[in-house]
Design a protein around this ligand. Structure first.
Ligand code: SF4
Length: 348
């Protein structure tokens, strides 16, 4: 009879690179908080150090439009939220913030928006190429589901990376939460981005109503199967102007366990300590950096716009990027880590 390994043994095997099965993932997601603290997070941290090193890579975000044509139940930007004042940043404003990011010594800009067809293919291409010319920044786009021709044009204009979370691996829950998008369409976009040579980011939300450990395990298996280069894993935070307003928020421990397992299962990926984790608890980002994360994405969106980019409530709106960066540098050094000085591309 085969002996079923203890939790400790299973974590040790995962640390050494064992391919975890669905039931093993579920078992590790079910670890008590203290076992996760003593077994799982240190193992993920060790793999992070061996596989991607001790540098924490910074990416500067510009949330350039909060207009969205979709109606995801969990998101404050959903088109049905009539109470939100909508904005679109002008190109000159976006370019000015990109220069700020470059001047702060950060090498990557993330251009993020709702799904907003106001910005035509040509407008996005123009923006990408002007940022590349002016600042030399690596451009990451996070602007939703587009056609293969759009993705190709952005790539030719100079975009190197694209973030598109798969969000939810369960087709049933996906259709419920994202009524005007399909899981198949989303996956087609992710595969197309990979084919076109982008560094691709995907990820999920932890703690959505209706989410089970089985679904979380499938999220992790999907991230691995897609061989994505970046994995964004953040907690669900209910927004008062959505149908999920009174649902309980996602919790720190399941989010950290998912993140730690993502590190153990995918080794060399870039995994951010997400803003949502920092919103859930003041030390959320630090906890994530100790459980497998190696990226932080400071928000450079001008404050007057930032307060309106309310996917979920409670984001720290007060902090000036310079103050935030100073604090972050100190925290990174305290952790015994360094701030990344190269582009932080995934090294497979
Ligand atoms: S999750 Fe994305 S696509 Fe859905 S409503 Fe929010 S911004 Fe739009």
């Amino acid at each position: 009879m085969t002996e079923y390994p203890s939790d400790r043994e299973l974590v040790r095997l995962a640390r050494e690179g064992k391919d975890l099965t669905r039931s093993e993932i579920i078992r590790l997601l079910s670890l008590s908080e203290s076992d996760a603290e003593t077994l799982l997070y240190p193992a993920a941290d060790a793999v992070r150090s061996e596989a991607v090193g001790d540098a924490v890579h910074l990416r500067g975000i510009i949330e350039f439009s909060n207009c969205c044509e979709r109606d995801c139940l969990y998101c404050g930007l959903r088109r049905s939220n009539a109470r939100l004042n909508r904005y679109r940043m002008a190109e000159a404003e976006i370019l000015a913030v990109a220069r700020q990011i470059r001047d702060a010594g950060i090498m990557t800009v993330v251009l993020q928006s709702g799904e907003d067809s106001f910005y035509s293919r040509d407008m996005i291409c123009g923006l990408v190429s002007r940022i590349r010319e002016e600042s030399g920044l690596i451009v990451t786009l996070s602007i939703g589901e587009k056609t293969p021709q759009d993705y190709q044009a952005y790539r030719e204009a100079g975009a190197d990376r694209y973030l598109l979370k798969h969000e939810i691996s369960s087709a049933m829950l996906y259709r419920l939460m994202r009524p005007d998008s399909t899981p198949g369409g989303r996956l087609r976009c992710l595969r197309e981005l990979g084919r076109q040579g982008y560094e691709v980011g995907t990820g999920n939300i932890v703690g959505l109503p209706g989410q089970t450990l089985e679904i979380l395990a499938d999220d992790l298996l999907l991230m691995k199967a897609l061989d994505a280069d970046m994995l964004g894993i953040g907690p669900f935070l209910p927004h008062p102007e959505t149908p999920l307003a009174i649902s309980p928020p996602g919790q720190m421990a399941p989010t950290l366990k998912t993140l730690a397992l993502a590190r153990l299962m995918t080794r060399t990926t870039n995994i951010p300590a997400t803003t949502a984790l920092g919103t859930l608890a003041p030390d959320g980002r630090l906890k994530a950096l100790r459980a497998g994360a190696n990226v932080v994405m400071p928000d450079f969106t001008p404050p007057s716009y930032r307060q309106l980019y309310e996917i979920y409530p409670g984001r720290n709106l007060a902090s000036d990027p310079a103050d935030f960066l100073k604090q972050l540098h100190d925290q990174i050094v305290k952790l015994g880590r360094t701030v990344g000085t190269d582009t932080g591309s995934r090294k497979k």
